[in-house]
Write a protein that binds this ligand. Structure first.
Ligand SMILES: Cc1cc2nc3c(=O)[nH]c(=O)nc-3n(C[C@H](O)[C@H](O)[C@H](O)COP(=O)(O)O)c2cc1C
Length: 318
């Protein structure tokens, strides 16, 4: 039993905060208690219009939990994770102990190295096909975290693209949607959260790609229009249940898949609009198969995207 010191755990928290989150809302808080790190959901950062149940909030926090596991693992400790350890405090998402000295498996180093290189990429990808053995590795990554990843065939892909367009239109008409989107996309030189205009990506010249229109409220005067790949590779991440523990599991699986993809030189775009409209999500949930879709991911090859800002560790660590 050799707990990591507070400074080292602080560095681990700083790394965890590089996780992806809905609209870069970074809805997490951390505490270091007796050599363990507690990860909390920060409900003040929930997107009430888009995510009234807090499903995507917990997916985001789950992604941070997985990133924290890697940050601890790469420092030669076996992270011991308790998810939702205290029924009295449902916002305590996980408590992670870091006492057991271990030699981490090689994949921990590989995935940890991908953490700072993973960025959501909303630019056009090349037409190159993602090879089947690479898809198999991503499917394996999701399975390691208790989730399933399904590669959409041509028919499902076109259905998902169509449903995404329906969802985007429905969301645009939802009361408060524009105000909420505007809050998380308002540019500012000192802003450490939200999506900066540099990350919006260009217009799809054919209006085919289901990338969320982050420029809807704060329009950019010179947003270029470009040709996106006509047949995007789309995968669907799903879990066997649809409650808080499943959403946290989905977040951990999402980050394992995204980091594995980054390591394999793939660009990634999480796509969630179709899952934010219950009627549309129901259409993507296979009747009787008891799998709940939690995230859609576009994969492909592209020049790397830039990093988005993060709040300083002093703001997220109590
Ligand atoms: C739960 C969740 C939902 C997301 N939904 C979308 C989406 O619909 N469209 C999109 O372009 N990015 C989406 N993202 C990606 C975030 O916008 C992105 O992680 C965040 O802006 C931080 O940027 P980064 O991933 O480059 O670090 C989502 C991420 C998460 C975790």
């Amino acid at each position: 039993m050799t707990p990591l010191d507070r400074l080292t755990l602080t560095h681990c928290v700083q790394t965890a905060a590089l996780a992806p989150s809905l609209h870069n809302s970074q809805p997490w808080r951390f505490r270091i208690v007796d050599g363990a790190v507690e990860v909390y959901a920060d409900r003040r950062r929930q997107l009430d219009v888009l995510d009234p149940a807090g499903r995507e909030l917990l997916i985001s926090v789950g992604a941070a939990v997985f990133t924290l596991r890697l940050a601890i693992g790469v420092r030669g400790r076996d992270p011991e994770v308790s998810v939702l350890p205290d029924p009295e405090h449902p916002d305590l998402v996980a408590r992670i102990r870091a006492d057991q000295v271990t030699t981490p498996p090689e994949e921990v180093g590989v995935l940890a190295a991908a953490i700072p290189a993973r960025h959501t990429n909303r630019r056009p990808f090349t037409d190159a096909v993602v090879p089947a053995d690479i898809m198999e590795q991503l499917i394996g990554a999701a399975a390691r975290e208790g989730a399933t990843l399904t590669v959409a065939g041509a028919v499902s892909r076109d259905a998902i693209i169509g449903l995404s367009q329906v969802a985007e239109a429905r969301l645009g008409g939802r009361g408060g949607y524009r105000a909420e989107l505007g809050r998380w996309t308002r540019p500012g030189p000192n802003r450490r959260d939200g999506i900066p205009p540099t990350a919006f990506g260009p217009w799809d010249a054919l209006e085919h790609m289901p990338i969320r229109d982050f420029g809807l409220v704060h329009r950019q005067p010179f947003r270029p229009s470009e040709r996106f790949e006509p047949h995007p590779a789309i995968v669907v991440l799903a879990t066997g249940g649809d409650g808080p523990a499943d959403w946290i599991r989905a977040g951990q699986a999402l980050q394992r898949v995204l980091l594995t993809a980054t390591h394999l030189h793939l660009a990634t775009t999480p796509i969630s609009q179709p899952l934010e409209v219950p009627a549309v999500r129901a259409m993507l949930t296979g009747a009787g198969d008891h799998r709940w879709p939690q995230m859609i991911i576009r994969l492909g090859y592209a020049a790397p995207a830039a990093a988005t800002p993060r709040r300083p560790v002093g703001e997220v660590l109590e």
